[in-house]
Design a protein around this ligand. Structure first.
Ligand SMILES: C[S@@+](CC[C@H](N)C(=O)[O-])C[C@H]1O[C@@H](n2cnc3c(N)ncnc32)[C@H](O)[C@@H]1O
Length: 281
């Protein structure tokens, strides 16, 4: 067995151990990405081999929490891919307008920037008051940041540009207060948002969702886990409900492709068909 194979075996044993100890399942993450993250975590510790992490992570929950934060890439931004939000407003919002209550699941919401972006656009379309957004992630530290609504002031210039490109109607600064080098977004934006821990690798469906967004999360999963998660999204959506993925993610080649029609290719927006393969009228 050469060094690369031995390293792979160490990662396999580590992930197996963590699954049995904590129930967090990284075994079906894409090998390249989990290896990068484990090596990144290793470089921040005093250990010199991946296998040496096993006892420390198994016995010390605090270390496991740091590992979790390090392994899950929480990079995100407000109004990421503004053309996506523009199309969402044009193609999906008119459909949402036909419902008295709107259920939205934002899976893999990281530190919340995307969730507040959506909340702002829903508000500007007079849809926020009848919407409820379930914003989930498996990373509690990220969820706490999302609940806090505090972000660096230095990011606001780029976010404002993206907000305008997304079709935002006012000024992004209408929605936050700046203090020193940070801003806090208005509490009113959080009124209809429930942040909760949900692990896409092990947990189940939400029901009767009209819109599910899960962007830039599936890229970290292998094909089997992607299929598991996409089935959960399909089963969570009501007929005619919409699914939005990240720009590098697709339903093509997945087990659920036939349950959806493609609404916007570049923006990765799909609509759930009924059992007879049609959209409900
Ligand atoms: C790169 S961020 C994407 C954030 C946001 N959706 C966006 O596009 O800007 C990926 C997020 O997926 C979350 N994640 C990774 N694996 C997960 C899992 N098994 N269950 C739930 N969330 C997961 C990470 O914690 C992280 O917050």
């Amino acid at each position: 067995m050469n060094t690369v194979e031995t390293e792979q075996l160490e990662i396999k044993l580590l992930l197996e151990a963590l699954y049995h100890r904590y129930g967090y399942d990284f075994r079906q993450y894409s090998q390249a990405s989990i290896k990068r993250r484990v090596l990144h975590y290793l470089s921040k510790t005093n250990h010199d081999a991946i296998s040496a992490l096993i006892p420390s992570l198994l016995y010390d929950e605090k270390s496991f929490k740091s590992f979790l934060f390090c392994v899950s890439v929480t990079v995100t931004e407000m109004f990421r891919d503004p053309w996506f939000y523009d199309t969402l407003q044009k193609e999906v919002f008119p459909f949402l307008k036909t419902y008295p209550f709107i259920n939205i699941w934002h899976a893999g919401c990281a530190t919340g920037e995307e969730v507040y972006s959506l909340a702002i656009l829903l508000k500007e379309s007079n849809l926020y008051d009848r919407a409820h957004i379930y914003a989930t992630d498996f990373n509690d530290r990220a969820l706490q940041k999302a609940k806090d609504r505090i972000y660096p002031l230095e990011r606001m210039k780029d976010y404002s540009t993206n907000y305008q490109k997304s079709g935002g109607k006012f000024s992004l600064s209408d929605y936050y207060h700046a203090q020193y080098d940070a801003v806090i977004f208005d509490a009113a934006l959080q009124k209809n948002i429930t942040f909760a821990n949900h692990n896409l690798a092990t947990d189940g469906v939400f029901s009767e969702m009209h819109l599910v967004l899960c962007r830039n999360v599936l890229i970290y999963f292998n094909r089997d886990l992607q299929n598991r998660v996409l089935s959960i999204f399909r089963d969570s959506l009501c007929y005619n409900g919409f699914l939005c993925l990240g720009s590098k993610e697709t339903l093509d080649f997945s087990g659920v492709r036939n349950s959806f029609i493609e609404v916007a290719r570049k923006e990765r927006i799909y609509q759930h068909k009924n059992d007879r393969g049609r959209l409900e009228r």
